[in-house]
Ligand binder design. Structure first.
Ligand SMILES: [Zn+2]
Length: 265
């Protein structure tokens, strides 16, 4: 879905209509010659249009405002912690708060949606596309320390696994189906067998997936067995996408196990 751009003229465009609820701000070229675009976002809470970012082209400026307005997806999720019941915020991230620590030499970097953009306000804030262009950022590199938690289901915490390729869900489901069809058991416990039977049918094509510790372990074991047998990831679709989903399942499973050990100790 593209944004509803109005009042477009040379060097200027508004997203939505001013003085209406759909108004989101504007982009403007501040140079007489050449291009230097400034993005201003409508801040409903404070009733002002506030400077958001700079961009080299009009398209880049529009993209920044559309992502900020939630019209276009950024491909990254907010990393704010909401509560035990909800887990981490499920909204799209639009900006990055970051700081290079002089003490450790490492970078602190957190992705936030507009509602959580005030967190760590002492840190530098950049729109996600600006940060990505300058420093690079990959979905795999944006993992939360300790793993992304999803909503609690039947008293069990869930863990979020991003799905970004059409072949990933079929690959995981077919891996579970093959494991269930084997004569020698893949899993040591009936809990895992039951989880596999249920996941074969209910694991959706589109993510994010919210999976419990037992479900993650079930999928992880099946993927590891399949890979061990063939020495690599096989099956129809994109080999790298299979690798990525297996890695995400493993990470999430490790977080879930570590978290449970902490809870039990
Ligand atoms: Zn958020």
């Amino acid at each position: 879905m593209m944004g509803n751009w109005t009042d477009s003229r040379d060097g200027f465009a508004r997203l939505g209509t001013e003085y209406t609820p759909d108004y989101r701000g504007y982009v403007i070229n501040v140079r007489d010659e050449g291009e230097d675009w400034y993005v201003y976002a409508w801040d409903e809470r404070n009733g002002v249009t506030a400077y958001l970012a700079r961009a080299a082209t009009e398209n880049a400026a529009r993209e920044i405002l559309e992502i900020h307005a939630g019209i276009r997806r950024s491909g990254f999720l907010c990393e704010a912690w909401v509560s035990e019941e909800v887990g981490h915020c499920p909204e799209d991230a639009t900006g990055v708060r970051w700081l290079d620590s002089e003490r450790t030499g490492k970078r602190v970097r957190l992705l936030f949606c507009p509602a959580h953009s005030h967190i760590f306000s002492a840190l530098t804030w950049d729109p996600i596309s600006t940060y990505r262009d300058e420093w690079g950022i990959e979905p795999e590199a944006s993992r939360i320390i300790g793993g992304r938690r999803g909503p609690v289901r039947e008293g069990e915490p869930t863990w979020v696994v991003m799905v970004d390729h059409a072949c990933q869900a079929p690959y995981v489901r077919s891996t579970l189906r093959r494991a269930l069809a084997k004569t020698e058991p893949t899993w040591s416990d009936t809990d895992y067998v039951n989880a596999a039977r249920s996941l074969v049918f209910k694991l959706p094509d589109h993510g994010p997936w919210y999976l419990t510790r037992v479900e993650l372990h079930t999928i992880r074991i099946a993927l590891e067995r399949r890979r061990a047998r063939y020495g690599r990831f096989t099956g129809p679709g994109n080999y790298e996408a299979h690798e990525v989903i297996a890695q995400r399942i493993t990470w999430a499973s490790e977080y879930a196990i570590r978290r449970r050990q902490q809870d039990l100790s």
